[in-house]
Write a protein that binds this ligand. Structure first.
Ligand code: 13P
Length: 248
């Protein structure tokens, strides 16, 4: 068994929500908190990235697969760099569904983020029908394999993974701690076959209806290293209580 140096991470994905006032409130809430044992990242909509001060670690919710040029409406990795973004969410299920992002495109975007030395938060997770028919391990393995075959196992030392079962996102139907742990252990197991040290050290977040009252039990599972938080990241007090659960 490999030892590991994993630190808990909580990332708030605001999606297409929030406003300038929330930027202020969230900064204030986080500035007054003592969160020494974990990392916090805020992933606001693009226009708000420049409004945060340097005490808050930032992530973006998406990235273009291209470097620059005639791609109206897209944001490049160099632009994110200028706004001190350290993380980029890639392959969120909402982008896979709303923007037809394929496994191949997701893999290209991960490559783009890595090339710029930023950290991809690579999302995987099954829809409800796949959970019900019991083939979710295969489904998640295929999502992982698409990226593994593009960037190689060594790059996974620079990646954060997020398991977000689609049936749990925004529904209030949180995966049970046992369900989350089962999939997180499976994901780590997929990587162990290729590199046991990288597998032991990769941070795997859980996302899907994480709230202040269920975060602690989820985060205390052996292979759950924090959370990717949607709705509850829009309320600074709720978000802080989730961060505190990861700080213990
Ligand atoms: P909720 O926390 O609102 O379920 O959203 C999870 C999510 O999609 C984070 O990326």
């Amino acid at each position: 068994m490999q030892t590991n140096s994993r630190r808990q991470l909580v990332a708030g994905n605001w999606k297409m929500n929030g406003d300038k006032a929330l930027v202020e409130q969230m900064q204030k809430q986080l500035a007054g908190a003592s969160l020494k044992n974990m990392d916090v990242v805020i992933c606001p909509p693009f226009p708000y990235l420049g409004l945060f001060d340097s005490r808050v670690k930032l992530g973006s919710q998406n990235i273009s697969e291209f470097d620059s040029g005639a791609h109206t409406g897209e944001i490049s990795i160099a632009m994110l760099h200028e706004f001190n973004c350290e993380y980029v969410i890639v392959g969120h299920s909402e982008r896979r569904a709303d923007n037809n992002e394929s496994d191949e495109l997701v893999a290209k975007k991960v490559e783009q983020v890595l090339k710029a030395n930023l950290t991809p938060i690579l999302c995987v997770g099954e829809p409800e029908n796949v959970r019900e028919d019991g083939t979710f391990f295969d489904y998640i393995a295929a999502q992982l394999d698409a990226v593994l075959s593009k960037v190689g196992i060594n790059q996974f030392s620079k990646i954060v993974l997020a398991y977000e079962p689609i049936w749990a996102i925004g529904t209030g139907k949180t995966a049970s701690p046992a369900q989350a742990q089962e999939v997180h252990a499976f994901i780590r197991g997929c990587l162990v076959k290729q590199d046991d040290n990288i597998a032991a050290n990769i941070v795997i977040l859980y996302g899907g209806s994480v709230k202040g009252n269920n975060a602690q039990e989820l985060f205390s599972q052996a292979d759950v290293d924090g959370g990717l938080i949607g709705g509850a990241s829009l309320n600074p007090e709720d978000f802080l209580s989730i961060c505190q659960a990861a700080n213990q």
